[in-house]
Design a protein around this ligand. Structure first.
Ligand code: ADP
Ligand code: MG
Length: 571
């Protein structure tokens, strides 16, 4: 895991080296200053050579300036290193999520991904910056200071170090506890984010059921759990840092007392005593750093582990080795003995055989939950079949690249997702490099022209989150305009007009008929009136394909379709 962590330093090697080298120099200077003070008191002061004192002071000033400058580098460039690594990881994570299949999004809460992208990566960035550097510096300063202390006075050095085992014990103990606490805290914050996401995106449902109180109560449970978990971590942390504080102060006092005694017995000079007390601080300063690292390390590593877990999830729909480009498809689709299950247990489709000829308009009808949407989701490989195969122009779709397959299939669904941005950008989502003329042409074909002309900002009108709210019919027409731009040979209309009133549906129906021309079109509809013109109607029930044929044929068969038809038109 750590090795893998270090691979992220590679692109920033130079930055790391400069930062590291500066930190080492700063630490060396830190180690040298008490010695200088000692020499100042013991040698320089008794000599009363004021010009020497002035020049030494100036020398020290120069060293302080250098040290300050280097500390700036360590601070700024060190953070830059951490931020760079964090940014790389965030980019990688986003790219990875873009590649994921529908199954991943079915099973992953947005809130959880959000906390990976924010909280987790903050900690990872901090660790990337402080981890190796602080550890090295701490070890170096500690041993350096101890070695110098030994050379000054062995007895006093041993007095200072006797606290160490207790310090280590305290740190190891609290580290273990903290590790556990932070892990729990991260799980809880992910749940909190999940709750927020749920009730924000479901706000309309919440309010229409007036379940705000219920939501608040549920949120409170998660929020309190988070509080408890975080607080537990801080309790251990406070306990340990107070412990460390007390121990280091006690030892400073001990050194002062023993040092005074040694100095009274002429075994230690005043300069050495002062130097020594300063060294006790240098000696235990890294202890603070190490204990901070001990908090940072498990946090960052826990975050990194979750990061890698996400990164390592291979999308389950991928291009096969040696997948080929689809070329221009005519839209001849064949289902051969296709079975499918979402969860690997409950079959949704079983042994489906179906042939759709290029240019044909096929309508799917049947009770909801029968699997109509599922059938259509298999064609662009949003999910892969569990058994059997789907062929496109005679080629198994798993042998085609996802990109070349999907670029030739257009889907219009009941819910249209609009991105935050302008109307124009939203239409152009169907073809990112579309020219203004193409966009206007598409809008015209989708019967959007009049509506757009009525807007003061026209195509530049902001829509989505912080802009104009559109009606269902307007959204649907944007989706249709996108399709005119995309111009795919295969079109899937999944209940595209089901949410609209009959009048709006009629307007859109015209646009859709225009859109469906010269394409293989699959229409899922539950208003039977909308599919009268289909070349063929396929009736899907939970048992599979129950019957198929033209409108007239099916009515004459007196089967499922005839029944559905009777029920709808009676009302
Ligand atoms: P239809 O479009 O005919 O109403 P669907 O194809 O949406 O039916 O659903 C068929 C069955 O598959 C239903 O039982 C539904 O619960 C299930 N299903 C649909 N989508 C998913 C999904 N993303 N994950 C798991 N099960 C699903
Ligand atoms: Mg459906």
């Amino acid at each position: 895991m750590i090795q893998r962590f270090f691979t992220y330093y590679k692109p920033h090697k130079k930055l790391f080296m400069i930062d590291f080298a500066s930190a080492v120099v700063v630490a060396l200077l830190e180690l040298a200053f008490p010695l200088a003070v000692q020499w100042f008191i013991d040698t320089l002061l008794p000599g009363e050579d004021w010009s020497a004192i002035v020049s030494v002071s100036l020398g020290l000033l120069a060293l302080y300036v250098i040290s300050t400058f280097l500390q700036f580098i360590v601070n700024y460039w060190g953070h830059m290193l951490g931020i760079n690594i964090e940014t790389d990881m965030r980019q990688q994570l986003f790219q990875h999520v873009q590649k994921q299949s529908f199954k991943f999004f079915d099973n992953t809460k947005t809130g959880h991904i959000m906390s990976r992208v924010t909280n987790d990566l903050f900690d990872i960035g901090e660790l990337a910056h402080h981890g190796p550097e602080d550890l090295f510096i701490a070890v170096m300063t500690f041993f350096g200071a101890f070695w110098i202390m030994l050379t000054i006075n062995v007895k006093l050095a041993l007095v200072a170090i006797c606290i160490l085992p207790f310090l280590v014990l305290l740190m190891v103990f609290s580290n273990l506890k903290m590790n556990k606490a932070w892990n729990k805290m991260y799980g809880e914050i992910a749940d909190v984010n999940g709750r927020v996401e749920d009730s924000v995106s479901g706000a309309r449902v919440v309010q229409s059921f007036t379940n705000e109180k219920y939501e608040i109560k549920r949120f409170k449970v998660n929020n309190q759990r988070f509080r408890t978990a975080k607080l537990a971590g801080y309790k251990v942390m406070s306990f340990s840092s107070s412990g460390i504080y007390m121990m280091t102060r006690l030892i400073t006092l001990a050194v002062l007392v023993v040092g005074a005694w040694l100095s009274y017995h002429k075994q230690l000079s005043y300069g050495e005593l002062v130097g020594f007390v300063l060294y006790v601080n240098v000696l235990f300063k890294p202890v603070d750093k190490i204990s901070a690292l001990m908090e940072l390390y498990p946090k960052g590593m826990a975050g990194f582990k979750r990061f890698t877990e996400l990164i390592d999830q291979d999308p389950d729909v991928q291009d096969a080795n040696g997948a080929i480009e689809a070329g221009s498809l005519t839209g001849d689709i064949t289902f051969e003995n296709v079975s499918f299950s979402y969860d690997g247990k409950n079959p949704v489709l079983q042994n489906i055989d179906l042939e759709i000829r290029a240019g044909e308009t096929v309508a799917f009808v049947g009770p909801s939950g029968a699997g109509k949407t599922t059938i259509c989701s298999l064609i662009p490989r949003f999910y892969d079949v569990t058994a059997g195969k789907i062929k496109m122009d005679g080629i198994d779709i798993r042998e085609l690249t996802k990109q070349s397959l999907r670029s030739q299939i257009g889907i219009v669904q009941q819910d249209v997702f609009l991105f935050t941005g302008t109307l124009k950008e939203n239409i152009a989502y169907g073809k990112l490099n579309a020219s203004d003329d193409e966009i206007e042409e598409a809008a015209k074909l989708a019967h959007l022209e009049k509506f757009i002309d009525s807007l003061p900002d026209g195509y530049e009108t902001q829509i989505g989150e912080r802009g104009l709210k559109l009606s269902g019919g307007q959204k649907q027409r944007i989706a249709i305009a996108r399709m005119f731009l995309k111009n795919p040979p295969i079109l899937i209309l999944d209940e595209a007009t089901s949410a609209l009133d009959t009048e709006t549906e009629m307007i859109i129906q015209n646009a859709l008929t225009e859109l469906a021309k010269n394409r293989t079109t699959l229409v899922i509809a539950h208003r039977l009136a909308t599919i009268r013109n289909a070349d063929r109607i396929v009736v899907v029930t939970e048992e599979g394909i129950a019957e198929q044929g033209s409108h007239e044929e099916l009515l004459q068969q007196e089967g499922v379709f005839a029944n559905l038809h009777r029920v709808q038109f009676q009302n």
